[in-house]
Design a protein around this ligand. Structure first.
Ligand code: NAD
Ligand code: DAU
Length: 360
């Protein structure tokens, strides 16, 4: 048996495949375009070709996807592949539409054709698991209850709009064609292998390189943080127990302001890797220009998943941050490998000219 994972060389996909390989002998086929965010080195420990295969390619390449499905007959597709960074979607939305909307459409269409050819157990067991985001629901006010699966969609960035469009297509393929799809909308993940354009690894990398720690606006925006291992555990359960046509929210019950997150990171680093000058990393925090259309607050109600499958987030945020920071401190080779010229171009574009409207 096998599963097809798309975008498996990215942050969550890598964690998912590594975790899967510990628990199953099933072959994992990883279809990944290897954009700037895809790093095959994340999966270098998986050396057995009978259990792991990397195919460099695009989810929007229908011929390639059809060939992979016909050849390996996976019992499930986990669609992680996406352009995932909100700030990049503001500078260049086109690739987000191409991969997240058109790419997902192609994957669905080829999966549908494959599915109608299945019979018996293969037909009964097949699942298309679509990994999506709480950002499709838009932004909450401080007193609002958390998002549930019935919250209205109100995406505010090109990224979240593209993910919302993909979610609608996934829903339509279930209702119109009977493709057994399940969609998950997850909150902010953190953990090993996250590309340092995202908030938590960016703060860690900048801090240890003695660079400013850029906080957008007043830093009081709220995110609900979930350790990536807890997300992966939820996705395994969704394959086993998720009902076709359903959506499940996944969240960590750990709402934090960005200010709380960055100061916690600084305090942990002060302990684990004190600065040579004896000052706290907190002194490097700088307010910078806010993200246009910045969502104020996300919070997730994951009761449906908890009640249906017995899932619970297992990692406390501060403890999870300590192990995550420890991982980044130990993996200097990994950090060096992602800290390429292209990454520095991005940092210059995003923070170079607009950064720094004064220290907090
Ligand atoms: P990531 O940017 O780290 O990884 C994305 C991966 O997809 C990369 O390996 C990239 O090479 C690959 N990819 C991009 N375009 C592709 C294409 N056209 N064909 C094949 N592969 C392609 O993203 P991530 O943070 O690991 O997120 C994975 C998924 O989870 C995304 O769908 C994202 O929307 C969703 N999600 C992320 C978070 C989070 O906090 N990171 C939270 C909720 C949902
Ligand atoms: O909620 C789930 C989403 O979480 C996923 O769907 C996205 O793929 C993922 O990127 C993430 O989106 P966010 O925009 O919430 O994550 P990001 O790490 O970019 O930012 C987290 C918060 O930190 C957000 O309020 C913006 C702020 N921020 C971010 C950066 C990069 C800063 O203040 N400074 C920064 O330099």
């Amino acid at each position: 048996m096998s599963i097809l994972v798309t975008g498996g060389a990215g942050f969550i996909g890598s964690n998912f495949i590594l975790d899967w390989a510990v628990r199953s002998d099933e072959l994992v086929i990883n279809l990944d375009r290897l954009t700037y965010a895809g790093n095959p080195a994340n999966l270098a420990t998986l050396a057995d070709p009978a259990r792991y295969l990397l195919i460099q390619g695009d989810i929007g390449d229908g011929e390639l996807v059809a060939d992979l499905l016909a050849r390996y007959r996976p019992r499930a597709i986990f669609n992680f592949a996406a352009e995932s960074h909100v700030d990049r979607s503001i500078h260049a939305p086109g690739t987000f539409i191409q991969t997240n909307v058109v790419g997902t459409f192609t994957l669905l269409e080829i999966a549908r054709i494959f599915y109608v050819s299945l019979r018996g157990d293969e037909e009964r067991d097949f699942r298309f698991i679509h990994i999506s985001t709480d950002e499709v629901y838009g932004s909450l006010n401080p007193a609002d209850p958390p998002f549930t699966e019935t919250s209205l969609y109100a995406p505010n960035s090109p990224y979240s709009a593209s993910k919302a469009a993909a979610n609608h297509l996934v829903r339509a393929y279930f209702h119109t064609y009977g493709l057994p799809t399940v969609t998950t909308n997850c909150s902010n993940n953190y953990g090993p292998f996250q590309f340092p354009e995202k908030f938590i690894p960016l703060m860690i990398l900048n801090a240890i390189n003695d660079l400013p720690l850029p906080i957008y606006g007043d830093g009081l925006q709220v995110r609900d943080w979930l350790h990536v291992a807890d997300h992966c555990a939820a996705l395994r359960l969704v394959l086993e127990k998720g009902r076709p046509g359903e959506t499940y929210n996944i969240g960590g019950d750990q709402e934090k302001t960005n200010w709380e997150v960055v100061t916690t990171i600084c305090d942990i680093l002060d302990r684990l890797k004190p600065r040579l000058d004896g000052h706290s990393y907190r002194e490097m925090i700088r307010r910078v220009q806010d993200r246009p259309g910045h969502d104020r607050r996300y919070a997730i109600c994951a009761d449906k998943l908890k009640n249906a499958m017995g899932w619970q987030p297992t990692r406390n945020f501060t403890e999870g941050l300590v192990t995550t920071i420890d991982w980044y401190l130990r993996e200097s080779a990994w950090l060096k490998s992602v800290n390429s010229g292209a990454y520095r171009d991005w940092v210059d574009k995003q923070y170079g000219l607009t950064a720094g409207v004064g220290a907090l």
